[in-house]
Ligand binder design. Structure first.
Ligand SMILES: CC[C@@H](C(=O)O)C(=O)SCCNC(=O)CCNC(=O)[C@H](O)C(C)(C)COP(=O)(O)OP(=O)(O)OC[C@H]1O[C@@H](n2cnc3c(N)ncnc32)[C@H](O)[C@@H]1OP(=O)(O)O
Ligand SMILES: [Co+2]
Length: 135
């Protein structure tokens, strides 16, 4: 785990939340991307070397729709940057953590991702992110 890659925040309405975060951070959203496989629309901000990911649901089965229904808007996950996601998944499995996907999957912003179940990490959903290198 090298550093926090981003903090994911679940929101009901992406456009109005984007406006709000633009004012809050005094910067513009640098990317919006739909990740259909996760049922989410995302918007990204960079501030002081940190990255914020806003997430809204695109369908009622989306993890974000369920989270909003149960817990309301707020911090949904913390993502860590890793150099080798397969090695890190293997290490964490060996340590007894519950991986939510057995293979890395394509995330937003050019990343391969894997999630750890929040029940095994003090109630916080953890995401591992490895940048996809393009040569
Ligand atoms: C855009 C792609 C990617 C990126 O590139 O950055 C993303 O960030 S995608 C983000 C959205 N995708 C995911 O969250 C995938 C991983 N999540 C899951 O697989 C599921 O959401 C879950 C964590 C396994 C929960 O699913 P499920 O069991 O079906 O939902 P429940 O609503 O029944 O919740 C069970 C239990 O877990 C608690 N919970 C749910 N989500 C979270 C959370 N984000 N943080 C902490 N706790 C969470 C939920 O409250 C329930 O608890 P109890 O009520 O106490 O049982
Ligand atoms: Co994320």
């Amino acid at each position: 785990m090298r550093k926090i890659e981003h903090i994911g925040i679940a929101v009901k309405d992406l456009d109005s939340s984007c406006d709000l975060y633009e004012k809050l951070l005094n910067t513009t959203c640098y990317k919006k991307e739909e990740v259909a496989s996760e049922g989410v629309n995302t918007a990204f901000f960079k501030t002081g070397g940190n990255k914020i990911e806003l997430l809204s649901a695109t369908n009622e089965d989306s993890p974000i729709a369920k989270f909003l229904e149960k817990r309301g808007e707020g911090i949904h996950h913390i993502a860590f940057d890793v150099a080798d996601i397969l090695a890190e998944m293997e290490r964490l499995k060996g340590e007894g953590f519950t991986l939510l996907n057995e293979q890395p999957k394509k995330g937003a912003d050019n990343k391969l991702v894997c999630f750890l179940h929040p029940k095994g990490t003090n109630g916080v959903l953890i995401e591992l992110c490895q940048e996809i290198k393009t040569t």
